[in-house]
Design a protein around this ligand. Sequence first.
Ligand code: ARG
Length: 276
Amino acid sequence: MRRPFARPWTGVLATAAAATVLPLASPVPAAADSVIVGGSPVQVSDSPWVVALSSRDRFGGTRSGQFCGGVVTGRTTVLTAAHCMSDDVLGLPMNRVKDLTVIAGRGDLGTSEGREIPVREVRINPEYDAYSNSGDVAALTLAEALPEGYVLPMAGEGDPAYKAGTEAAVYGWGDTTGAGDYARTLHAARVRVLSDAVCEEAYPGNADGTYQAETMLCAGEMEGRRDACQGDSGGPLVAQGRLIGLVSWGSGCGRPGSPGVYTRISAVAKVMRARA
Ligand code: ARG
């Protein structure tokens, strides 16, 4: 099954845009040792550029309304996945979600630490393709500026951080088991950047999806285990202190041979910056 979208919320939300998403023939659940899957709790003060996207209206208040991740790339700019802004995820056209907020400096979603900043503008990558999930990025403009120290630099074209084998870390408040166990505290998992050949082999264009090296990168461990999962979308993949990817899609979570697929930052930075 092609699984480009976060669909943890379909039980409670209308799926107006579901036309392109087939019902899932329930994929194998992640292995029991899959826990992010395979990660551990981290302090948000050590990674202040990780933010939560929130709407209490749409997702309820228990976990501060968190539904996706994001990353601070400018004092008033947060990047996230374009699919996080879809009707399919929000259950409404995004311009009808009145309380879209970025939460910075809050590791534990059960607290009121940090800051909640309203989103003033959402720009979806004009080259985003919802069917293939190519170019899965949106830029959010914040109503108030964050400190300079929150900003994570982006890795440009040719940056060595994209090389296969590079150690990276993915951050988020998503499902920790693949069974709908959403984290209350920020987690991170160490993963390795995989070669385009390996990613293409994992997603050759069958029902699981198609890997496109120009706009995507994949990371994980071939034996599975450590991975992003539902609810982590839009969150950062960081290597050598720079942003290389955004959580985008995958088949299941932490499954052997099905690495996580990320939006390749070098491929989208130019178009997102050009429109800034
Ligand atoms: N689409 C999911 C989300 O919206 C992210 C899935 C990532 N999956 C993975 N196995 N890395 O939260």
